[in-house]
Design a protein around this ligand. Structure first.
Ligand code: ASP
Length: 331
């Protein structure tokens, strides 16, 4: 009898050692866009609305990770909260095209197998991040565009809505202003902010799998079917368990030209740079071609970075020690 109890205790001890060894640190980081976000232009009500929504989003993802869920579902559910909020330039409240319509882009990538999916120029998909994940899981493709993306979402049984669902008074005002000025005026903070506001999330789960996702309405007053960096794997989104996960926000053309998300990953893999250093280097490259914006990410040790070269970036994280950070302006 005694012998049996001792053997059982030894087995239990070995099992608990193994499972705590194989359970990796979890962490999550999000952004809600970078831009000319200055405290003097913000009302206290709007500021707390942003802070509360960022906190709700990041805590939702963290709870999924903490309960043993995958980084894929943490990223999807976190981004859906921001897509469903009119505060951000994604889903409802998306920046509007020259035709006063919403045209939505999103992408998702999984770090354990480099699987990826994206949609561009969708008019009807309520949660573009879910469509990007479906493209990854249910199709042999990586990127579907415009009507094809919408048809695919309907076939997959995803929620679709009329285009008017996405359009808010705030975005209509900013489109009117952008058209009056013909181009988006650098001096006008409100309009400049309306150019940004993309949302993104990167998470690492207990299995050590990293996932990244990004979702946007793109830039205000965009024409000719303009697509930015967000649905381009390697520019707006990248994930690879060998190094890190990244999601970007900012002037998309410059993030495409500098292949920012992959550039950060490459510096970590080939140059052994830290995620922070690599992110700052890539943002310098963006600045050198005339762009600006921000990047969030985490490495495979669950170290988080949130860097930007604009006045502010809506951002939040819960690190490997469970510490919550929610911020808007530069420190
Ligand atoms: N990068 C996005 C785009 O150019 C805009 C943003 O980040 O807000 O479409």
């Amino acid at each position: 009898m005694m012998k049996r109890i001792i053997i059982s205790l030894i087995i239990l001890f070995i099992y608990s050692c193994q499972s705590s060894e194989s359970q990796k640190n979890i962490a999550i980081v999000i952004h809600g866009g970078a831009g000319t976000i200055l405290k003097e232009n913000m009302t206290p009500e709007l500021e707390s609305a942003y802070l509360n929504k960022l906190e709700e989003a990041v805590k939702t993802g963290y709870d999924i990770l903490n309960n043993g869920g995958s980084s894929q579902s943490a990223v999807e559910e976190t981004i859906k909260i921001m897509e469903d909020s009119p505060l951000f330039n994604a889903g409802i409240g998306a920046a509007l095209t020259n035709q006063a319509t919403a045209s939505l882009d999103a992408s998702f990538m999984e770090g354990n197998n480099l699987d990826a999916g994206a949609i561009a120029g969708s008019k009807y998909i309520k949660n573009p991040i879910s469509a990007a994940i479906s493209v990854m899981k249910e199709s042999p493709h990586v990127l579907l565009s415009s009507n094809g993306a919408d048809d695919f979402a309907i076939e997959m049984g995803l929620d679709t809505v009329p285009n008017s669902y996405f359009i808010t008074e705030r975005r209509l005002r900013s489109l009117r202003k952008a058209k009056e000025d013909d181009i988006v005026s650098i001096e006008d903070n409100f309009i400049k902010d309306s150019k940004y506001g993309t949302v993104g999330c990167v998470a690492i789960d207990k299995m050590g799998n990293i996932s990244s996702g990004t979702s946007t309405g793109g830039t205000t007053n965009k024409k000719w079917g303009r697509i930015g960096d967000v649905p381009i794997i390697g520019a707006g989104t990248y994930a690879n368990n060998d190094c890190c996960g990244i999601s970007t926000t900012g002037w998309g053309e410059h993030f495409m030209r500098n292949v920012v998300a992959y550039d950060i990953a490459a510096q970590i893999i080939y140059d052994r740079k830290s995620i922070e250093e690599a992110s700052l280097n890539s943002l310098d490259k963006v600045m050198r071609t005339g762009g600006d914006g921000g990047v969030i990410g985490l490495d495979n040790k669950a170290n988080i970075s949130m860097e930007f070269n604009t006045a502010g970036m809506y951002r939040a994280s819960i690190d490997k020690n469970g510490n919550l950070t929610v911020k808007i302006y530069s420190d």
